[in-house]
Design a protein. Structure first.
Length: 121
């Protein structure tokens, strides 16, 4: 098997490294500031959205398409993301703003304290 270098130890880099090791490859992860653990996640908030994989059917990461749930810790953030959901609906895209109880009912394993969420199916 191959020895693979993964540039970036954020959510995507670690996911690729994990999958590569499952397939028998050896992996070396390279990150700009490994001691700080703040690489790529600072810039993209750790989001891996369906559009990253929509045009890449040859990539099989075992992802289950269940939509995107954006968690909001504050009422202020929830209000802003709810406006984004309204704009999405105006463009014909499904989007739903949920309060904390509705989010917990939809995704029971979310345990962090939140004001609510916006769900894009």
């Amino acid at each position: 098997m191959a020895h693979i270098a993964i540039i970036g130890a954020g959510a995507v880099g670690l996911s690729v490294a994990y999958r590569a090791t499952q397939r028998g490859h050896s992996v070396t992860g390279i990150d700009r500031h490994p001691a700080r653990c703040d690489g790529c996640l600072v810039g993209n908030a750790g989001l891996v959205v369906p559009s990253h994989f929509a045009q890449r059917p040859e990539l099989d990461f075992g992802l289950v398409q269940a939509g995107l749930l954006m968690l909001c810790q504050t009422k202020h953030t929830l209000a802003g993301d709810a406006r984004t959901a309204e704009q999405a609906r105006a463009l014909g895209l499904p989007a739903e703003a949920l309060n904390a109880a509705e989010t917990a009912a939809r995704v029971p394993h979310v345990t962090m304290k939140i004001a609510g969420s916006v769900y894009f199916p």
